[in-house]
Design a protein. Structure first.
Length: 141
């Protein structure tokens, strides 16, 4: 909870589907597949094993945002996630804001961790700006 800033305007950010994120992940998989095919064809099995390790790491990159359609809310110092009619309170753990990317991680009361990756065009511009301001005020990112 961020009581220091509890008089700030509330935030209601609807998470939209990111076409740019989906295109980036698909492009990555195509490049990795082409590199793996080329390395195996050229006889570089050691390097191909490294590329295969990159494939295993990249398996954790989501092609679609898990929270698409949900609404991240901040009101009077409390974070919540609304998914339909259900609202779940959560606590901010960490956040990073770049000029083109925003990352935030929350923990719900049951221990579930929620991670949010937002590119510039993924949500309403004013609400995304409010989210970034809120994350910077709370975590100094």
């Amino acid at each position: 909870m961020s009581a220091r800033y509890s008089n700030s305007p509330s935030l209601h950010l609807r998470i939209a589907e990111s076409r740019l994120l989906r295109a980036a992940v698909c492009s990555f998989w195509l490049l990795v597949g082409a590199a793996l095919f080329y390395l195996l064809w050229a006889g570089h099995t050691g390097v191909a094993a490294l590329v295969l390790a990159a494939i295993l790491v990249a398996h954790y990159l989501p092609a679609k945002q898990r929270l698409t359609g949900a609404v991240v809310c901040w009101d009077k110092g409390r974070w919540a996630l609304q998914n339909g009619s259900e609202a779940v309170e959560m606590h901010l753990q960490r956040a990073h804001c770049l000029s083109w990317l925003t990352f935030a991680q929350w923990r719900q009361a049951d221990g579930t961790i929620l991670r949010l990756w937002l590119l510039n065009g993924d949500s309403e511009r004013d609400q995304l700006r409010r989210l970034r301001v809120r994350l910077r005020l709370e975590r100094g990112v």
